[in-house]
Design a protein around this ligand. Structure first.
Ligand code: ADP
Ligand code: MG
Length: 702
């Protein structure tokens, strides 16, 4: 019983009415609000402020603290226009306890003239240390009439997520209206009282009221960090909704049918015996788990987690052999062309003795080749298909898809994963599904992200791997590093030189790589240096990679396109430029490109000084451990609250309020609460999912 099969709530009540029901909201504003995910009145209640300002208290000048934003007021002592470096208007205020200077860079003549000595002014802004004592730059201000007191707010002032054309004042007014609706018609409390008691969290209505209009004594810092119990209350319910929905997807999958792949035992044995290496114990165990799943009449939904280089690909190949031996098709999807091409090469090699030739499908294919691939896929003559996202496009029709393998799952969302599975939906069932990730994520996160999957872990590297020695060096040592590359290549080894990510711009990315490439070519004239970056044509990239694999290129300069999955065992040196800009898991992935062969491998993380505290800690983690799971745990600890970048990398859904990093500690309780609800109160579970997930085409719709 998929919770999401339920129709959306049909209540025609004020909370569920469109925002256009509010005063001052027309179609144009509604469209802008839509960009913030706000469609109904209730959505406004769940649109939480990003931060707050305290305008409830008037701070005496003598008590102002630099770095804080304060409301203050005083009398003009002196106003002057000065030209030190830049024309500015300085207004010196006094209140008997001290002085404060207001500094303006943009001002009109008449504005300057208002500040006559003796006039009283109230102002709000950030206090900073200036050349002549404390100051506020471009504060909000108001001239006070004689006898008039500065206006103090009776609650903390919220700052909402901004969107173009919607001012904070407007958002405050709209949430005021929504809060009035809340007083008349409270949204249902969906968390069982026992859960709230247990966690010591407040009821929903109280939490919403508090978060939108916190009382003057509220702890601004706790609110900003998202650790306040009221915020946790909402985060908990949102995490619970996602978890319930994934769990119900999984329950639904259990009631679905799949073709049980019971044959193929001998083929599998022969295939494994023919491999150029012996499977590790961990690989054997995971293969056993997969084979067990495939023989069931319900679809397998399994995740393999394994560190870089742990040998996930061959495990996928074994699953494919099993499927093909049972007369169904297998599809293998990878997130980048480069990686998909590499899989194509591995699979072709391993499966050639069985007479199986993989079909290739990618977005950049010529139309003739594409036509032929599509025909092979729909006729069933293509028994194994390898490709990129192109696999779940509309034109692709499988004859009888029995197994879907998705590599580097963290690059795809849950929805994409389900889309490919649905391609194989037929009267005799849906395909088995195997997803693989080399980004080990901490247990609590895995719980949230993969609640719809069974998990297997390959926790052992193939024998003979030597741990990679990692060092961090400042940019100033670049010349030494270049010498190191020369030395390694003279000894017949190969090296990667990875260039920085510049503000997520692919264009700049590739320019930086090109510049490094030129410089390294000049510095190392005796070496063959290659270049691979994201903006190259796939064929060009492929040529570069191939040349590196063949050994005709000794030094490969690349952008982070090589982050995932590239396998060249003879490469034993990895240089990463501007490592301070990269995330921990990304660096770990990059490092995983070396240490694959018999030689001692090294990873050099070049950084630009001075190194921030966090960057220093990050590089330290890599120096200290080679274990992807430890890296992931430390990553979680180091990441501050609100850093969504990190979680986005893992293919996790985006949350409205919860932050998986910050709220990870809630997950065990979420799990317990979810299981109880699913056992005892399905209606309530459904209502929770409906409240948080029914819009935006989320995976619950499936
Ligand atoms: P990942 O888990 O990162 O995807 P791969 O599947 O690319 O790792 O495997 C890395 C390398 O290890 C490949 O060259 C692969 O052929 C090799 N390999 C896999 N399993 C074994 C094994 N049991 N013994 C030796 N080498 C192995
Ligand atoms: Mg891989």
């Amino acid at each position: 019983m998929a919770l999401a099969d339920e129709a959306m709530g049909d209540a025609a009540d004020a909370l569920h009415a469109s925002v256009t029901a509010l005063r001052g909201v027309g179609q144009a504003l509604a469209a802008k609000l839509g960009k913030l995910g706000v469609e109904r009145v209730e959505d406004l209640l769940f649109l939480l402020p990003l931060r707050y300002e305290d305008r409830t208290e008037l701070v005496r000048f003598g008590a102002l603290v630099p770095g804080t934003r304060c409301l203050a007021s005083g009398e003009v002592l002196l106003a002057e226009t000065v030209f030190r470096g830049r024309r500015s208007l300085l207004v010196r205020l006094g209140d008997g306890s001290g002085q404060l200077t207001l500094r303006f860079f943009y001002f009109s003549r008449s504005q300057a003239d208002q500040f006559r000595a003796g006039v009283r002014v109230s102002c709000f802004g950030e206090v900073r240390r200036g050349p002549g004592g404390l100051e506020m730059i471009h504060p909000e201000y108001r001239l006070l009439r004689p006898g008039e007191d500065p206006v103090r707010a009776d609650a903390l002032t919220p700052w909402y997520p901004a969107t173009e054309g919607v001012q904070q004042g407007r958002l405050r007014n709209l949430t005021d209206q929504a809060l009035r609706v809340l007083e008349r018609e409270a949204p249902e409390e969906l968390l069982p009282a026992a859960v709230l008691d247990d966690l010591g969290l407040p009821p929903l209505v109280e939490a919403i009221r508090y978060l939108h209009r916190p009382p003057p004594e509220a702890d601004i810092e706790e609110l900003r960090l998202g650790t306040h119990p009221c915020r946790q209350r909402l985060a908990f319910e949102e995490l619970l909704a996602h978890y319930l929905s994934l769990k119900s997807l999984r329950a639904a999958a259990r009631t679905e049918h799949a073709v049980p792949l019971t044959a193929g035992g001998p083929e599998l044995k022969a295939f494994i015996a023919g491999l150029p290496f012996r499977l590790t114990g961990a690989q054997q165990r995971v293969v056993g788990e997969i084979v067990g799943d495939l023989e069931e009449p319900q679809p397998m939904m399994r995740l393999i987690q394994g560190d870089v280089g742990s040998g996930k690909t061959v495990v996928a190949a074994i699953a494919a052999v099993k499927a093909i031996a049972n007369g169904v098709q297998a599809a293998v999807m990878a997130p980048t062309e480069l990686l998909a091409e590499q899989h194509l090469a591995s699979f072709s090699g391993w499966l050639a003795p069985l007479g199986i030739e993989p079909v290739w499908l990618s977005g950049s294919q010529r139309s003739g080749a594409r036509r032929a691939a599509l025909d092979a896929i729909s006729s069933g003559s293509g028994r194994l298909v390898v490709g990129t996202h192109a696999l779940f496009q509309e034109a692709v029709e499988f004859h009888r898809l029995g197994l879907v393998v998705i590599d580097e799952q963290h690059r795809f969302g849950v929805d994409q994963r389900l889309a490919l599975r649905n391609k194989g939906k037929r009267t005799d069932g849906i395909p088995h599904q195997l997803v693989m990730t080399a980004t080990p994520i901490p247990r609590t996160l895995a719980m949230a992200a993969y609640a719809d999957l069974d998990t297997s872990i390959i926790d052992e590297l193939p024998p003979g791997r030597k741990p990679v020695t990692t060092i961090a060096l400042p940019d100033s040592r670049r010349a030494d590093v270049v010498e190191r590359v020369r030395e390694a290549c003279r000894n017949g080894q190969q090296a990667y030189w990875v260039c920085p990510l510049i503000e997520e711009s692919e264009l700049l990315d590739h320019e930086a790589a090109e510049a490094s490439y030129e410089r390294l070519r000049d510095a190392l004239p005796e070496l063959n240096v290659g270049l691979v970056h994201g903006r190259m044509k796939p064929a060009q990239k492929e040529r570069g990679m191939q040349a590196f694999k063949d050994g005709t290129i000794q030094l490969l300069v690349a952008t982070t396109v090589i982050e995932v999955g590239v396998d060249v065992p003879n490469a034993s040196l990895m240089i990463v430029e501007n490592a301070e800009r990269m995330g921990l898991s990304q660096l770990h992935q990059l490092r995983g490109r070396v240490g694959r062969g018999a030689t001692e491998s090294h990873c050099v993380l070049l950084y630009r000084s001075p190194l921030g505290r966090l960057a220093k800690a990050r590089l330290g983690v890599l120096r200290d451990t080679n274990d992807g799971f430890v890296v992931a745990e430390r990553d979680l600890e180091l990441r501050g609250p609100g850093d969504l970048m990190g979680t986005r990398q893992t293919g996790l859904p985006e949350y409205r309020i919860a932050d998986l990093v910050r709220d990870a500690t809630l997950m065990p309780r979420v799990q317990i609460a979810a299981e109880k609800l699913l056992r005892n109160d399905q209606d309530r579970a459904r209502a929770i999912v409906r409240r948080w997930l029914t819009r935006a085409g989320h995976y619950t719709r499936v």
